[in-house]
Design a binder for this molecule. Structure first.
Ligand code: HEC
Ligand code: HEC
Ligand code: HEC
Ligand code: HEC
Ligand code: HEC
Ligand code: HEC
Ligand code: HEC
Length: 330
């Protein structure tokens, strides 16, 4: 009996060890400097490095390479590959996972995203970018290809790299969230510098596209694209992409006391201890946002001054009327 127990323990230990070893095998070729391959014929380059320090800092640090890279990777060259994508695992169904995933509403996100014509529908029948992520059996997964296809599908992974994904809550600081969330947009939407098969050729200048805004660059650098390019009046995290001027949120969405920036970009940032009477003081640590950062003391000072002035005017007017009535009575 005891022998069996020892055997069982030993075998779980060696299972865990074998699992670790397999990860080390992947890392031997995929982590570390100079792991770039080139296709001799086309000259296309593919960077196949995974930055392990960033991987370990992300939300999938505990997820093994082989949980996502399901089939075809234990041999080299890899063949008949199958890789799971976000919706292949989420929303999770096990007790703990289901509870953690619920607030994210993965299914709603997917539905919204698949409704975006310019991002999703237009490219939905193109080739997958990588390693058997396609739901269909045939295609790229069966043989390995180096480099990106000429035209590719637009997937969740273009904005959320599964290796380095960090949830907004875990990032916490507004300025870091801003960088994290605008980063992928800017890879494809950047003044004349966007790259890859999915670069936006229709709109090469961000400044021109936004010339309705005063201080265009100030806005593009200090706000999140998605805080105008999603329906901000819906849930906090939205994945739709209203077309053209429909994106216009007006100015008050941000420049007012109940600025959407507090419930979106700044939702995990605490107000500082000393707000000195400013509204939405958390935002003030980063920049001054006209309208959203009115000061309670200046508000009161204004009320008192305006109130006093009105009183004086009324008194003055009242006395004039009394005087007029007196002279008329004579
Ligand atoms: C002997 C080195 C080696 C090992 C071990 C290895 N790979 Fe690779 N892998 C490569 C090379 C090289 C490429 C680039 C394509 C090519 O040249 O065949 C690649 C490509 C990939 C790709 C991209 C495929 C595509 O379609 O673009 C993925 C994903 C991948 N490997 C995952 C893994 C995982 C997960 C493991 C561990 C189970 C692993 N690899 C182990 C060398 C290796
Ligand atoms: C949470 C799921 C997940 C985990 C964990 C994961 N991968 Fe991946 N990996 C993917 C997906 C999905 C893609 C395809 C990305 C795309 O389509 O943009 C990918 C792509 C790759 C590529 C090709 C990168 C490129 O730019 O061409 C390599 C190499 C790779 N993974 C290696 C690894 C290794 C090594 C590990 C473990 C240390 C690992 N992956 C862990 C999901 C994962
Ligand atoms: C192999 C299955 C798998 C794939 C594929 C996968 N995830 Fe995960 N994800 C997990 C697991 C397991 C956890 C829990 C990690 C932990 O607690 O260590 C997790 C955690 C998360 C969390 C944090 C949940 C929390 O606890 O707050 C988010 C958000 C998330 N994943 C989003 C994504 C996105 C976006 C993608 C696609 C880019 C993706 N996941 C791909 C399995 C997966
Ligand atoms: C065009 C880029 C883009 C695409 C495509 C995209 N997302 Fe997102 N996603 C974002 C941005 C930006 C945020 C940050 C929103 C926030 O936290 O306020 C986000 C937030 C999320 C979150 C919440 C994370 C958190 O920290 O609260 C989840 C979960 C998520 N996306 C899943 C998905 C899934 C699943 C898909 C594919 C069906 C997808 N996303 C496609 C850009 C994208
Ligand atoms: C302050 C709100 C706001 C912000 C922030 C913003 N946009 Fe826009 N954007 C708009 C509006 C409104 C239009 C439509 C202007 C027009 O048609 O004249 C637009 C136009 C565009 C267009 C041209 C296509 C179209 O819909 O007409 C692209 C592409 C675009 N934005 C991408 C981005 C990216 C990427 C970011 C982040 C770096 C961003 N936007 C930030 C409001 C915004
Ligand atoms: C992988 C590349 C890629 C990424 C990442 C990306 N886009 Fe796009 N985007 C495109 C392409 C391609 C188009 C279509 C251009 C066209 O043909 O009109 C487009 C179109 C748009 C449009 C125009 C919609 C219209 O009404 O014409 C807006 C707005 C936009 N993207 C905003 C964003 C925002 C915001 C993000 C980040 C959350 C983002 N994009 C991330 C490639 C990308
Ligand atoms: C997505 C939120 C958002 C929207 C929408 C928005 N703004 Fe802003 N705006 C900001 C932020 C944040 C700043 C502060 C940037 C900084 O100083 O770092 C700013 C700065 C400004 C400034 C400069 C103030 C100064 O200190 O010089 C002006 C003027 C301005 N906005 C006017 C507008 C007008 C007009 C509109 C509508 C057409 C508009 N904004 C729409 C967020 C927004």
């Amino acid at each position: 009996m005891a022998g069996l127990l020892v055997l069982a323990v030993l075998s779980t230990v060696s299972d865990a060890q074998a699992r670790e070893d397999r990860k080390l095998q992947c890392m031997a070729c995929h982590a570390g400097p100079d792991r770039v391959t080139h296709d001799e014929k086309t000259g296309k380059a593919q960077d196949i490095r995974i930055r392990m320090d960033e991987f370990h800092a992300g939300d999938h640090a505990e997820t093994h390479c082989l949980e996502c890279h399901k089939e075809g990777f234990e041999v080299y060259p890899h063949s008949r590959m199958k890789t799971k994508t976000c919706m292949g695992c989420h929303p999770r169904e096990d007790a703990e996972g289901a509870e953690d995933d619920e607030p994210y509403e993965f299914e709603r996100i997917e539905e919204e995203y698949e409704g975006t014509a310019k991002h999703y529908t237009k490219y939905k029948d193109e080739e997958e970018y990588c390693c058997g992520t396609s739901a269909t059996e045939d295609g790229r997964g069966t043989t390995i290809k180096i480099g990106r296809p000429e035209k590719e599908r637009f997937t969740c992974e273009h904005c959320h790299d599964p290796h380095y994904f960090k949830s907004t809550k875990q990032i916490g600081k507004a300025q870091l969230i801003l960088k994290n969330d605008n980063g992928p947009c800017l890879e494809c939407h950047k003044d004349d510098a966007a790259e890859g098969p999915l670069e936006d050729r229709a709109e090469p200048s961000m400044n021109l596209a936004h010339d309705y805004l005063p201080h265009v660059e100030l806005h593009l650098e200090n706000t999140r694209c998605i805080d105008c390019h999603t329906t901000v009046t819906k849930e906090t995290v939205t994945h739709d992409l209203p077309e053209g001027m429909e994106a216009d949120q007006g100015c008050n969405t941000c420049h007012s006391i109940d600025s959407i920036m507090t419930s979106r970009l700044y939702r995990y940032q605490d107000e500082p201890d000393r707000t000195l009477g400013f509204h939405n003081a958390a935002m003030l640590t980063d920049n001054y946002n006209m309208g959203a950062n009115r000061n309670r003391m200046t508000d009161w000072a204004t009320y008192i001054i305006v109130g006093l002035c009105t009183l004086i005017i009324l008194m003055h007017g009242g006395l004039r009327i009394v005087e007029y009535l007196k002279t008329k009575g004579k």
